[in-house]
Design a protein around this ligand. Sequence first.
Ligand code: SF4
Ligand code: SF4
Length: 206
Amino acid sequence: MRYPKLRELIEAIKALVKGPYTTKYPYKPHKPAERFRGKPEYSNEGCIGCSACALVCPARAIEIRDVVVKGKATRKMVLHLDECHYCGQCSALCTTKEDAPPGIKHTAEFDLAGFDRSQMVSTTDEKELALCEICGDVITTKAHLEWISRRLGPLAFSNPTLFISSLKEMKFASEVSQIAKEDLLRSDRIKVLCAKCRRRATIERF
Ligand code: SF4
Ligand code: SF4
């Protein structure tokens, strides 16, 4: 019992000389440590809307807001700060974490209290979605497909979804109208397809 008392006394004497360990916040601005995990913020430029951050978030604080209506298919990532644990998984496992800028990163901002929860969000712009040319299901964002193609280089030409998306981006291929599932042919493999329709076109129509 004597040792802890002695240690506390030493700490008290040190504090008298060095000053307190605590800061004077809110009376004086507080500068967090360099690696402090404050408000996570998306970068519109760096985020490709792949949704990996939402899948790894243990608090399920990230919403994938997909809107698919006629003539409009977009995705917006919405991070609810009032549900966030500030654990850092989203930034540590972000697909574009090695890019400049990365898709998401923690800022030093910590004073996030407010009265309106709907305002406590960090969001991206709307990103255009790539839809399956057979069933119309969401594949991912066009930016995500472009990012994969860039990473793969010439290897991207082994995947019809990737190379046709690139051709469309360069205006060398046009959008095709959706066909009925029952009219699916093996030749339809050379289309932008979701995994389910690609499997059907490759195996069932063999
Ligand atoms: S690029 Fe990063 S921040 Fe953007 S959706 Fe993917 S994992 Fe999340
Ligand atoms: S910091 Fe953690 S809890 Fe917050 S959004 Fe990222 S992964 Fe989810």
